[in-house]
Design a protein around this ligand. Structure first.
Ligand code: SF4
Ligand code: SF4
Ligand code: FES
Length: 324
């Protein structure tokens, strides 16, 4: 493909035509923060943390989706870029619980000296179901002195995964993975408008009554831990989740002949979650319900739970289908 020549922070680089500015930045050794971007999904430009400055452009542009052009001059560390990224991160962190974002995002937030507390103390969490009942055009009156948030109780409706939308930044990744980019089930979408927007099933029915087929592909792409294995959720709540004590073993799913690769996360001799490698040609990070959740047959579950991990996991299974 024809090469396109541009500069990134003054350094000349050439990349194949059709590449994004983000890809050019990475090729130039200039990684950028991203939240809504993933190599396996169509860019939707919702988070805005990857904005860069392009000479001659009226506004900052999202590097994850803007395609490079011949002669482009890109600045990733100018004052407008720094200021905008700081404010975007602050708006996100003041309204959403970002405690489970990855270490790289945390480093970027430190780099931009992000201080979400300057918008005031977090407003109290909404009662269960209150945000889901909001109607477009009927916005809540802001509470002076408080930073509005999306805090709300987690939705725990089954034994497989938890939807903790107090951690949702509305990046759309789950919607895309559930829809045309992977699963084509379309069980979830964005409902509402403005600050009331939220991820929802059709008519806000329980996940068990929706079109969801429990592939868990939405969990696999969620950047904030808003969608999380039930096992991880319970172990984190019990203070037992310990990634340093975990091993990750790559293997091949044993259910059918497709050959999906699995990553088994094991702690204290128990599988605590299953992911799939993004770089695998068969799965590109995606799985079906059997590959992602059907692992109990490889570990003994009968008899009384004796280890702390087993006790927490057993309590989660027995307390399944808890309404929020
Ligand atoms: S588990 Fe699969 S089908 Fe269900 S909401 Fe997530 S991506 Fe969609
Ligand atoms: S639940 Fe996760 S993947 Fe879905 S929009 Fe929210 S943050 Fe993004
Ligand atoms: S990563 Fe580019 S807009 Fe979110």
């Amino acid at each position: 493909m024809k090469k396109v020549h541009l500069t990134v922070d003054g350094a000349a680089i050439s990349v194949p035509g059709g590449a994004s500015i983000l890809q050019a930045c990475r090729a130039a050794g200039k990684p950028q923060p991203t939240l809504c971007y993933l190599e396996t999904l169509t860019p939707v430009n919702t988070c805005r943390v990857c904005l860069v400055q392009v000479t001659g452009s009226r506004t900052l542009v999202p590097s994850c989706s803007r395609i490079v052009e011949e002669g482009m001059e890109v600045a990733t560390d100018s004052e407008p870029v720094r200021h905008t990224r700081k404010v975007v991160f602050e708006f996100l962190a003041s309204s959403v619980d970002l405690s489970l974002v990855d270490a790289e995002t945390r480093e970027w937030m430190d780099f931009y000296d992000v201080d979400p507390t300057r918008y005031g103390p977090a407003a109290p969490a909404a009662p269960a179901g209150a945000r889901d009942a909001r109607q477009a055009g009927h916005h809540q009156v802001p509470q002076p002195g408080w930073a509005e948030t999306v805090a709300q109780p987690a939705k725990i409706q089954d034994e497989l995964f938890v939807r903790d939308y107090g951690k949702c930044i509305l990046c759309y990744k789950c919607v895309e993975a559930c829809g045309p980019d992977a699963q084509n089930t379309f069980a979830i979408q964005v409902a509402g408008r403005g600050f009331d927007a939220r991820i929802s099933t059709e008519f806000d029915v329980d996940l068990t009554s929706s079109a969801c087929v429990y592939c868990g592909n939405c969990i696999g792409v969620c950047p904030t831990g808003a969608l999380i294995f039930r096992s991880e959720y319970e172990l984190r709540n019990a203070g037992l989740w310990d990634e340093e004590a975990q091993t990750v073993t790559r293997t091949v799913c044993s259910y059918c002949g497709v050959g999906c690769n699995l990553e088994l996360w094991v702690q204290d001799n128990r599988i605590v979650k299953v992911t799939s490698p993004m770089d695998h040609a068969v799965t590109a990070g995606h799985l079906c319900i059997k590959g992602r959740f059907g692992y109990q047959y490889v570990q003994e579950l009968g008899g009384p739970a004796t280890t702390p991990i087993d006790m927490v996991l057993a309590a989660g299974r027995e307390g399944g289908f808890v309404e929020p």
